[in-house]
Design a protein around this ligand. Structure first.
Ligand SMILES: [Zn+2]
Ligand SMILES: [Zn+2]
Length: 155
């Protein structure tokens, strides 16, 4: 993925600040830094990796602190949990209502979030028909991203 990733991070932090302001919530230092660290790449970050990075920087990195920060960011819609990787991904459209699916590259582990509301409406209706009560409806698809397809077998 060739893009200026600094722009992604800057934009994510701007949206986070605006959303917190709107909802009269505080983007504390640890919340802000956690978001920044998650946004360091388009590769989801696990809670333990995050914990390690925060403690390296001298934050109070006791697991409850880190999990509370993650919960806050999740509830605010600023990050998503990629269930199959048990890791967290920054959301690029946190300021808009959206629902879609995640494309997970099995080679570079980058994850792309795509908006596709329709598929969720159809899926939910169909699931209900089967009498199943849905708790999570994250759709995660595995394959090869464009960059990895182009780079052949090079790692
Ligand atoms: Zn999102
Ligand atoms: Zn890839």
């Amino acid at each position: 993925m060739s893009h200026n990733h600094a722009d992604c991070i800057e934009n994510a932090l701007k949206v986070a600040e605006e959303l917190c302001l709107q909802h009269k919530q505080k983007l504390t230092k640890v919340r802000r830094r956690a978001l920044e660290l998650i946004w360091e790449s388009h590769r989801p970050l696990g809670a333990y990796q995050l914990l390690a990075k925060l403690s390296e920087e001298g934050f109070n990195s006791a697991p409850p602190t880190v999990y509370r920060a993650l919960d806050f960011l999740l509830n605010a819609g600023l990050i998503h949990k990629v269930e199959s990787m048990n890791a967290y991904l920054g959301c690029a459209h946190a300021d808009k209502k959206h629902k879609g699916y995640f494309l997970i590259c099995e080679k570079c582990h980058n994850v792309m979030e795509c908006d596709y509301q329709d598929i969720h409406e159809k899926l939910s209706a169909n699931v209900a028909k089967n009498g199943f009560l849905l708790r999570s409806n994250t759709i995660e698809l595995i394959g090869l991203c464009q960059a990895c397809q182009n780079s052949g077998n090079a790692n």
